[in-house]
Design a protein around this ligand. Structure first.
Ligand SMILES: Nc1nc2c(ncn2[C@@H]2O[C@H](COP(=O)(O)OP(=O)(O)OP(=O)(O)O)[C@@H](O)[C@H]2O)c(=O)[nH]1
Ligand SMILES: [Mg+2]
Length: 243
């Protein structure tokens, strides 16, 4: 099936220069018509200097520089805001910078694109794989997803993988709603917002590869705090039918 590859890609970054040096050329090569928005939180490794240099020769690559580490989720929301204005595409993809999301598998999400559907790259449906991820992280992730599914009552297998394709209307609704969560739990909040707005969800199997370069940004403390955030999300929107 021919794909319309004009879509926007939003990548939150914090100290990911080593990964971006390879990721950006790969994405440009695979999806030459896409707009790429990197939202960097003043990384000490000077990620932003590299992006500025790269974007001089690649007009479809944009940098959104924030002054400090403000969280993965809010970086994506700020990226969506900018992409909606500058990118003006019908679809918006979010992904990590560390090659945990395989660039070639973006195509799997694109084939499911639909104006009323959130397409989610999932690690927990048949056909999906995780590579080199420590067992303890996999167990924590599976438990967290079970917990989120139970609280939010959305029949999804993977809430916490930031590999998603949003149709334009979904991106607009998320930006207008302005999620309260700023870190990794923004993914659960945006899923809930779209669920309450009547969007459909499709999960496609993807391969999650543990990062080879750079360090993780999530701490165990943040992980545990995110459990209470899910209850807060449920309470905040409780009873609101947004349709
Ligand atoms: N702009 C911005 N990006 C962030 C922030 N926290 C994490 N990121 C980015 O979000 C993506 C996911 O973060 P990771 O540290 O890879 O989190 P993870 O995938 O759960 O953990 P590992 O893959 O094990 O490192 C990466 O591209 C990070 O650079 C943040 O506060 N601000
Ligand atoms: Mg990662």
């Amino acid at each position: 099936m021919p794909l319309n590859n004009r879509f926007s890609i939003i990548i939150p970054t914090y100290n990911e220069k080593e990964n971006l040096i390879t990721l950006l050329p790969v994405l440009k090569n695979l999806y030459p018509a896409s707009n790429i928005f990197i939202v960097d939180d003043n990384s000490q490794d000077k990620t932003s200097d590299f992006i500025k240099k790269f974007s001089r020769k690649n007009k479809n690559v944009h940098l959104l520089q924030r002054h400090s580490k403000l969280g993965r989720g809010s970086a994506v929301i700020d990226g969506l805001k900018k992409a909606l204005i500058i990118g003006k595409t019908d679809y918006y993809l979010e992904m990590d910078a560390d090659f945990s999301h395989v660039p070639g598998e973006i195509k799997r999400l694109l084939v499911k694109k639909d104006p009323h559907t959130l397409v989610i790259g999932s690690r927990y449906i048949p056909g999906a794989r995780t590579v080199n991820w420590p067992h303890w992280r996999q167990i924590l992730s599976i438990l967290a997803n079970f917990y989120i599914r139970t609280i939010l009552k959305i029949p999804l297998h993977d809430f916490t993988n930031g590999f998603r394709l949003y149709p334009k209307y979904a991106a607009e609704i998320i930006v207008m709603t302005n999620p309260a969560e700023k870190g990794y739990t923004t993914l659960s909040e945006t899923a809930y917002i779209l669920f309450l707005n009547g969007f459909k969800f499709v999960e496609v199997p993807t391969t999650f590869v543990n990062r080879k370069l750079g360090k993780t940004k999530i701490s165990l403390k943040e992980y545990l705090q995110s459990l209470t955030s899910i209850i807060r999300i449920k309470q905040n929107y409780h009873g609101s039918k947004m349709l």
